[in-house]
Design a protein around this ligand. Structure first.
Ligand SMILES: C[S@@+](CC[C@H](N)C(=O)[O-])C[C@H]1O[C@@H](n2cnc3c(N)ncnc32)[C@H](O)[C@@H]1O
Length: 280
């Protein structure tokens, strides 16, 4: 079974590892949150007209639909390690009437493309799942043209704070952080984007925080983000966290109740995504 990360599964994603397909609920969740947050994270996901863009780790195509629609004069090649996800993404793109995207199964560590093929690259919620994001960035840089543009978007669970505050809610969130770490990933990678892009040798690196702030005056975010995205994701790791002895069932359930409580009439929830740009 797949556990949820902020925008997807929590499995250690290596080239040799089997990656399960998205459940219907997971696919719905990814699409729902992608729409809720699309403005915040993709308002500047703009590539020059005529660009050939690689989307690495496209999953079921939640971001593909947004960014390919937003850049009709660019062509996209969207790849994912999971053949099953690629098929779902392809079907979703067809349904959305997209004609500027081609999908392929591929491993971000070993891309089946010649050097310097792409004008742009988009990576969204993928590095947080990788055990070696540095190696992935090197490979992405290899296939990017000189002067080409890299965009990376990642979450950071350490950026979460809320009202009413709750130690048990923080414990529940920490279960996800621990499990993702065990799987080789890093739920707090957002804050590392700047050093990662710099040390990979990208130029003109600019990282900006994109904070989701939700209270009852923003009901769409309360539903779409606090409940259906963040808390649903944390809730999804409960069984495994209990099995592994990271937390006891009662504590976890109480933590989840407290997280849902932040979606109440006086609740407040903040989470920060990070978006990095770099050029080769
Ligand atoms: C959290 S999902 C994000 C999907 C999509 N970018 C989105 O935002 O909806 C992470 C994706 O990275 C993919 N992935 C993980 N390791 C990979 C690898 N080595 N090569 C290519 N894709 C990989 C997974 O299969 C999964 O679809």
């Amino acid at each position: 079974m797949r556990e949820s990360g902020i925008f997807g599964e929590n499995t250690k994603m290596g080239a040799t590892q089997y990656v399960h397909g998205y459940s219907g609920r997971e696919a719905l969740r990814l699409n729902d949150q992608a729409e809720t947050l699309s403005q915040m994270i993709h308002n500047d996901s703009v590539f020059a007209e005529g660009s050939l863009v690689l989307e690495a780790g496209c999953g079921v195509g939640a971001q593909t639909k947004i960014v390919a629609t937003q850049n009709p004069a660019s062509s996209f090649i969207s790849v994912d390690l999971s053949q099953e996800s690629v098929k779902e993404a392809e079907a979703a793109a067809r349904e959305a009437g997209l004609t500027n995207v081609e999908f392929r199964q591929a491993d971000i560590y070993n891309l089946p493309f010649e050097n310097e093929l792409f004008d742009g690259i988009l990576v969204c919620f993928v590095l947080e799942h990788l055990s070696n994001p540095e190696q992935a960035l090197d490979e992405l840089k290899r296939v990017l043209k000189k002067g080409g543009l890299l965009m990376v978007i990642e979450g950071d669970h350490g950026s979460t704070f809320f009202y009413p505050d709750s130690e048990l809610a923080r414990k529940a969130i920490n279960c996800q952080v621990q499990l993702q770490k065990q799987a080789g990933g890093n739920s707090n990678i957002g804050r590392e984007l700047y050093p990662l892009l710099k040390s990979a040798g990208f130029a003109d690196v600019v990282v900006s925080p994109r904070m989701v702030y939700a209270d009852a005056s923003r009901p769409q975010l309360v539903e779409g983000f606090i409940k259906n995205t963040f808390t649903a994701m944390i809730e999804g790791v409960g069984e495994k966290a209990v099995q592994q002895g990271i937390v006891d069932r009662h504590t976890f359930q109480k933590g989840i109740t407290d997280l849902y409580r932040t979606a109440g009439p006086d609740g407040v929830f903040c989470y920060t995504f990070f978006k990095g740009f770099g050029t080769k």
